[in-house]
Design a protein around this ligand. Structure first.
Ligand code: ADP
Ligand code: MG
Length: 501
C-alpha cells in the first residue's frame, strides 16, 4: 500500500517548551497506525499540526505524495483528514444529526435536507457498528456514544484519514472492543486510521504499525507483529526496563499454605469453577498461577481468602482455615490484593485514610485498643503515599479521584503494611506505569526474602515467569501443568494456558 501521510522532521516550540523536535512518520494507506509515547511526548501536538490546528516551525507534510500546508482544520478536512479529539467538541443542546452536519448541511433548494442527512448517518452507523439515535440531544448521551457522534461527524465530512487522540481513555472495556471493531471496519473499507495511545497492550491489539515518540522526537517505527509491549515501553522511556527476575531461592522449610483438593462451585452451583486443586507453598516462596482469564484463577484466590465457599482443605501454617471468615483469615496474616480493585478493595467515595482502614479494622496503627486512631491512620496513609508514590493531593482525597495506577499502588502499599505472612496477589501491577511496576516488584521480592509466601495471578506473562519460583497453569478450573519458570518462555506458557501441546 502507498504511503498516504508522511511527516518529515516536524518541529514545534511553545514558549519555554519544545513540543516536537524532528518528528517523522510514514503512514500507509488502509492501515491502523499507532502513535505512542509518554504523556507530554508531543503526540497531540504533531497530530494537531497534521490537522491544521497548529502550525509547525519547520518540517514538511506530504499527503498522498503532495506537500501541503494547512492553515486551518477546514483545509485538512477538504484534503480528507479528520480528527476525533481527546476532549469532544460537540454542542450539547443540539441533536446528534445537527452536530454531525453542522457546517456541512446538505440543502434542497434553500432548506436543509434533513432526511438525506439522516439516511447518510444511519448508513454510516450501520456500516461500522456506530449505533446512535440521530434525533436525541447530545447532552443525553454517555461518553462512548458522544465519541461515536464525533466519528460520524468526521466520516460525514468525507475523511479518508482519521486521527484519534487517545480515544480509549474515556471508554469502558466493552466500548473499547466496539471501537476497535469500528476501526478495523474503516480499515477494511480502505480508510487509514492514526491512533494515539500510551496503552501498549491495546496498541498491539489494534494497530498494524507503530511510531514511538520520546521527548518530542521519533525514536522508532515498527510493525506490531515484530514487537512486544515491553519493547515499546523501553523505546518510550529510553532505557532498559527493570526486570521482574527473582534470583536464588529463599524458600524456607515452613509450609505457609497447603491446599488439598480444593473445589469451588460456580455462584449458581451448576458446575465447578475450580476443581481438585492441591499444592503446598512454603514461606519465602512465590507461586504463580497462569491461565487465560476465566479459568478459575480468581475464584481460587477468593476461596483462599474466604470470599467463596469451597470444599477440600485449606490450611495456613498447619491450621485449618476453611471455617474462618475473611476477616479472621486476615487476622491470621493473610493479605489480599483483589482483581477488581474498585469493587473489592476500595470505598471509592471515601478518603484515602478511611480506605487505609478497609480490611485492617483490627490492626495497628489503625486501631488503638478498641478505637480507631484517626491521627495514626492518617500519618500511615501519608507514609504509604510517599513510599509507593501514590500521586494524590493528600490523605483526604477520595479514592475515586485517583487514576487506576495510583489506586493500585495505594492498595499494594496498604496490604504490604500489614506485613502478611501470605499475600494473595491478583494482578498486583495492573495499570501502573513501568517505574511503579518495578517498585512493586522490589517490594514483593524483599518481602519474599523475609519469608512472605505469595500466590500471584497475573495476565502479564513476563511478570509471572520472572517473579515466580514455581508456575501452575489452570485450564477450566483444573491445574493442568506445572512449569519451571527458569526454563519457560511466554510462548511456552501461553500454549500451556490454551491447552496446546
Ligand atoms: N498550546 C500549547 N501551549 C504551550 N505548551 C503546549 C501546548 N500544547 C502542548 N504543549 C506542551 O507541549 C508538550 C507536548 O504536549 P502534547 O503534544 O500534548 O503531548 P502528548 O499528547 O504526547 O501528551 C508538553 O510539554 C505540553 O505541555
Ligand atoms: Mg495528548
Amino acid at each position: 500500500m502507498a504511503v498516504v501521510v508522511e511527516l518529515r522532521n516536524i518541529s514545534k516550540r511553545f514558549p519555554g517548551v519544545v513540543a516536537n523536535r524532528d518528528v517523522s512518520m510514514k503512514v500507509e494507506g488502509g492501515s491502523v497506525h499507532a502513535l505512542v509515547g509518554e504523556n507530554g511526548a508531543g503526540k497531540s501536538t504533531v497530530m494537531k499540526i497534521l490537522y491544521g490546528m497548529q502550525h509547525p516551525d519547520s518540517g514538511e507534510i506530504l499527503v498522498n505524495g503532495q506537500a501541503i500546508s494547512f492553515k486551518k482544520p477546514a483545509d485538512a478536512i477538504a484534503a480528507g483528514i479528520g480528527m476525533v479529539h481527546q476532549h469532544f467538541m460537540l454542542a450539547d443542546n443540539f441533536t446528534v444529526l445537527e452536530n454531525v452536519i453542522l457546517g456541512y448541511e446538505p440543502t434542497k433548494g434553500a432548506v436543509i435536507d434533513r432526511d438525506l442527512a439522516r439516511k447518510k448517518i444511519l448508513e454510516m452507523s450501520n456500516a461500522y457498528g456506530l449505533e446512535v439515535d440521530p434525533d436525541v440531544l447530545v447532552e443525553e448521551l454517555g461518553v462512548g456514544q458522544r465519541q461515536r457522534v464525533e466519528i460520524l461527524k468526521v466520516l460525514y465530512r468525507g475523511a479518508k484519514i482519521l486521527i484519534f487522540d487517545e480515544p480509549t481513555a474515556v471508554l469502558v472495556p466493552q466500548e473499547v472492543d466496539e471501537l476497535f471493531a469500528a476501526l478495523h471496519g474503516l480499515r477494511a473499507d480502505g480508510m487509514t486510521v492514526i491512533f494515539i495511545s500510551h496503552k501498549l497492550d491495546e496498541v498491539l491489539r489494534v494497530a498494524d504499525d507503530v511510531t514511538v515518540v520520546r521527548a518530542g522526537s521519533t525514536v522508532a517505527e515498527v510493525k506490531s507483529s515484530d514487537t512486544t509491549p515491553r519493547m515499546l515501553a523501553e523505546l518510550m522511556v529510553g532505557s532498559e526496563l527493570p526486570s521482574p527476575e527473582t534470583t536464588g531461592s529463599t524458600r524456607q522449610d515452613l509450609v505457609t499454605l497447603s491446599l488439598k483438593n480444593v473445589t469451588v462451585p460456580s455462584s449458581s452451583g451448576a458446575r465447578d469453577v475450580v476443581s481438585e486443586v492441591s499444592f503446598e507453598l512454603h514461606a519465602g516462596e512465590i507461586i504463580g498461577i497462569a491461565g487465560v482469564e476465566g479459568n478459575g484463577q480468581s475464584e481460587l484466590i477468593e476461596a483462599i481468602i474466604g470470599l467463596r465457599n469451597s470444599t477440600g482443605s485449606i490450611s495456613f501454617r498447619s491450621e485449618s482455615v476453611e471455617h474462618l471468615s475473611v476477616s479472621e483469615r486476615r487476622d491470621l496474616g493473610i493479605g489480599f490484593i483483589p482483581e477488581d480493585r474498585q469493587r473489592q478493595a476500595l470505598l471509592m467515595a471515601s478518603p484515602l485514610w478511611e480506605n487505609r482502614i478497609l480490611g485492617h479494622q483490627r490492626s495497628k496503627p489503625v486501631m488503638n485498643g478498641f478505637v480507631i486512631d484517626k491521627k495514626a491512620t492518617i500519618a500511615d496513609t501519608v507514609s504509604i503515599m510517599a513510599e509507593y508514590d501514590v500521586r494524590a493531593p493528600g490523605p483526604d482525597t477520595p479514592a475515586m479521584a485517583l487514576s487506576g495506577g495510583n489506586q493500585q499502588k495505594f492498595i499494594v502499599g496498604r496490604e504490604m503494611r500489614g506485613e502478611p505472612l501470605l499475600l494473595l496477589a491478583a494482578h498486583p501491577t495492573r495499570g501502573v506505569d513501568v517505574g511503579a511496576q518495578a517498585a512493586i516488584w522490589n517490594e514483593l521480592r524483599s518481602a519474599r526474602e523475609k519469608g512472605m509466601a505469595i500466590v500471584m495471578v497475573s495476565a502479564d506473562l513476563e511478570e509471572l515467569i520472572g517473579m515466580s519460583d514455581r508456575l501452575l497453569v489452570m485450564l477450566r478450573g483444573e491445574v493442568t501443568a506445572e512449569l519451571d519458570p527458569k526454563t519457560t518462555t511466554p510462548e511456552l506458557l501461553g500454549s500451556a494456558m490454551t491447552g496446546a501441546k
